[in-house]
Design a protein around this ligand. Structure first.
Ligand SMILES: Cc1ncc(COP(=O)(O)O)c(C=O)c1O
Length: 408
């Protein structure tokens, strides 16, 4: 049998079933009307942000990276919890605005922004994290055409990456940001243009579980920000220190040590150089804030034996759970935390593979893992589904369409 990833804390059992926010899985499916279904828990979101705030220095603002989960009720819940929202497209700008969130709280990073996206962001009053000198020219042109001073920051391509991170977004040639040595000249031009200067965005990687690596990256980021501010010859109003806090998905993964990161950052803030003394700092996190709050529920529609192996075939699959299937940035496929939701407290009886309903061998949500005996009609839960599930899976693939989503 292959091991499963660790089930996040905060889930319970009622009548033998998985309970999410105190409600039975079957009741949640009945309320939503169908499977497959993403269930997100407001309690989880609140607890997560509270824990983070308690561990981090008060001076550090908290931004939510919308790409992790742009479901409008989740955004509305986050609006009361975090300080800012980071978006990556004009589409996300529209979604955040439709959630009633003040665009002044939004910053927009991402390569390849179209002119119409720049225009929408400038009209809304969002901060644009410029990814290149060309983008700076286009943003300033849009601003002068509209008679609006755009809010502009520069996304820096740092000379380092976040060690041990699942996705490295700095260090060497990258399509993200502007190489550090070219940033001071660009900053001077942006400031001279009359734009509202918003500072730097420095994002070195994501999905790191090693606190020491995050601490080292934050120290390097502060050092780089101070040097670039000095060389730009202007005060730095704001600095986005990136994020990268990961969550345990796989067997053997352990949660990131928040207290260690918070105390190191507090110590760093206590001895900031003059150029950063009045700077406002934030971090931007996606999966850390929402990942463990979500469960994907899917129903078994067939049970088969093939060459002695049990296959539980569900009505969902990689079209909603690309990451759990092992096809979103992982090199070696390992099992996410998966359970039989309708027999949550039953003992393990057999090895089975949970596979989706797509016509591809890639569609595997659990591989030869230990489960209680489950049959047609039982519900399967995939945990850690609150981030990069619905938002990062090919919902149209093979025509099954998107899953339902609810926040409880
Ligand atoms: C610029 C930027 N911000 C935030 C994130 C969110 O990362 P995570 O969900 O791992 O916190 C990403 C992820 O790729 C990113 O590229």
């Amino acid at each position: 049998m292959k091991p499963l990833g660790p089930i996040p804390s905060g889930y319970g059992v009622i009548d033998g079933q998985l309970a999410i926010a105190g409600r039975k899985a079957t009741d949640l499916v009945a309320e939503a009307g169908s499977t497959p279904l993403f269930v997100y828990s407001r309690q989880h979101l609140e607890r997560r942000v509270a824990e983070l705030r308690a561990a981090m220095p008060e001076r550090l603002a908290l931004h939510y990276a919308v790409k992790a989960n742009p479901f409008v009720p989740v955004l509305q819940a986050m609006a009361g919890l975090v300080d800012g929202f980071d978006i990556a497209s004009g589409g996300e700008l529209g979604i955040v605005q439709s959630a009633g969130i003040d665009p002044a709280r939004i910053s927009f990073a991402g390569p390849g922004k179209r002119v119409d996206e720049l225009e929408a962001a400038i009209v809304a009053g969002a901060t644009i994290n410029l990814e290149s000198e060309g983008e700076s020219v286009r943003a300033l042109e849009v601003g002068s055409r509209l008679g609006i001073a755009p809010r502009l920051a520069i996304r820096v391509n740092p000379d380092f990456d976040l060690k041990g991170s699942g996705m490295k977004m700095g260090g060497g040639a990258k399509q993200f940001g502007v190489d550090a040595e070219r940033v001071p000249a660009m900053a001077r031009q942006v400031i001279a243009s009359g734009a509202e200067w918003r500072g730097f965005h420095i994002f070195a990687g994501s999905q790191a579980l090693d606190a020491a690596a995050i601490i080292e990256t934050q120290a390097q980021t502060l050092h780089l920000a101070a040097r670039l501010a000095d060389e730009s010859g202007a005060a730095l109003p704001h600095c986005n220190l990136g994020g990268g806090f990961g969550i345990p998905y796989f067997p053997g993964d352990a949660p990131v040590d928040l207290a260690a990161i918070g105390s190191a950052l507090g110590e760093a803030f206590a001895v900031l150089p003059d150029s950063l003394r009045d700077t406002a700092f934030c971090i931007e996190l996606g999966r850390y804030l929402v990942g463990e709050s979500g469960v994907y529920l899917t129903r078994i529609v067939d049970r088969k034996l093939s060459h002695g192996e049990v296959f539980l075939i569900v009505d969902g699959g990689l079209h909603h759970q690309l990451a759990a299937s092992g096809n979103f940035g992982t090199v070696v496929r390992r099992n996410y935390p998966v359970a039989i939701a309708s027999r949550f407290d039953a003992p393990t009886e057999e090895a089975a593979s949970v596979v989706g309903c797509l016509c591809t061998p890639l569609d595997r949500l659990a591989d030869k893992a230990g489960f209680p005996r489950a049959d047609v009609g039982d519900l399967v839960a995939v945990f850690c589904a609150g981030a990069y599930g619905a938002s990062a899976s090919p919902a149209q693939f093979l025509g099954h369409g998107p899953a339902a989503e609810i926040l409880v």
